[in-house]
Write a protein of this length. Structure first.
Ligand code: P6P
Length: 334
């Protein structure tokens, strides 16, 4: 048959089922969950593509979220898209997101042993009003125990408990990148079909890349060891800087071209800015599956056991060689 036709038929749901041969009972569920993620992505991509043409899409709501960050209208819309899409899934009991202090419970969906979705609905929302790429990050976990006190303590476990993780990047094309522990796979949204079509399978991150990606505006807030690393890449041939302001875009470039992305802690905020459970851990899961590494500077991201839902973490993530190069400058724990 026509190769293009075969390719166009490798939709996300078919690919998930192919991956899931060895997953047993979770197989159907994960396929349905990934389809819901895809629907959320399509709804958000559609909104972004018309942002300038519609009232009430761009700009700020005037609110400040639980993190003390000013909220963009798109943050709210995207958060509600995930809630609405997963309410109908019949599979997810709990949704935890950067936009909500407490998890959102979907009681009618809740036979115990079902799934929890952790997500950052719009990561990099500072790019919303300037038409630059940004993304959504997601992580799927099995719900364990009853969570009867609503404190979601079973979510406070390390990132190796994730069943699936990935992101949607809203760029010149909308792509969905995911892993369920069996490699990293790229899908591109074909708007004429309304389907995410497989465009690359078992993606591997290059061992080394020339790009370091960090906000050098924080240079004087960092520990001296990070400044030493920056001086090294400044004076060494073969390095270049790229930083978009949206981590999903910077991580996607790092995954495709190699290199390292870092968001260190500062002297005032040693824990850094990025969230562990729904930003760094899902991306670390992906990058490790692609043969790269993700560390806090002291331990692997996927081994960190959070003490609270919105816990932040420093992050150094990317090609093995480039992450190791950063580590070589960090003060060794005495
Ligand atoms: P800064 C966006 O708010 C975000 O969470 C990431 O997407 C991005 O990499 C980072 O923060 C940008 O933060 O402090 O460099 O503006």
């Amino acid at each position: 048959t026509d190769k293009t036709l075969d390719r166009d038929c490798t939709t996300l749901s078919r690919h998930v089922l192919q991956q899931l041969q060895s997953f047993g009972p979770n197989a159907q569920d994960l396929s349905a969950l990934m389809n819901r993620i895809a629907l959320a992505g399509k709804l958000i991509a559609r909104r972004f593509s018309r942002a300038g043409l519609m009232e009430d899409v761009l700009g700020f709501t005037g609110e400040v979220n639980v993190q003390g960050e000013s909220v963009k209208k798109m943050d709210i819309y995207a958060n509600e898209v995930f809630i609405s899409v997963f309410k109908q899934s019949g599979l997810v009991c709990r949704l935890a997101s950067e936009e909500m202090e407490k998890p959102y419970y979907i009681p009618e969906n809740c036979p115990i042993g079902r799934y929890t979705l952790l997500y950052d609905p719009i990561d990099g929302s500072s790019n919303t009003d300037i038409n630059l790429s940004l993304g959504s990050i997601f992580s799927i976990r099995q719900q364990e125990g009853t969570d009867s006190d609503g404190e979601a303590k079973d979510l406070l476990t390390n990132g190796r408990k994730q069943l699936a993780a990935g992101y949607i990047i809203y760029g010149p094309s909308t792509m969905l990148v995911y892993s369920m522990g069996t490699g990293v796979h790229f899908f591109t949204l074909d708007p004429s079909l309304g389907e995410f079509i497989l465009t690359e399978e078992n993606v591997k991150i290059p061992e080394h890349g020339s790009v370091y990606s960090v906000n050098e505006g924080n240079f004087w807030q960092w520990d001296e060891s990070y400044r030493e690393y920056i001086r090294y890449v400044h004076r060494t041939e073969g390095y270049t800087a790229r930083y978009s302001g949206a981590m999903v875009s910077d991580i996607h470039r790092t995954l495709v071209q190699g290199g390292v992305f870092l968001y260190p802690g500062t002297l005032q905020k040693p824990e850094g800015k990025l969230r562990l459970l729904y930003e760094s851990a899902p991306l670390a899961f992906l990058i490790e599956q692609a043969g790269g590494r993700a560390t806090t500077g002291k331990m692997e991201i996927l081994d960190v056991v959070p003490k609270q839902l919105h816990q932040r973490t420093p992050l150094i993530i990317g090609s093995k060689q480039d992450v190791a190069k950063v580590e070589s400058f960090l003060k060794k724990e005495d």
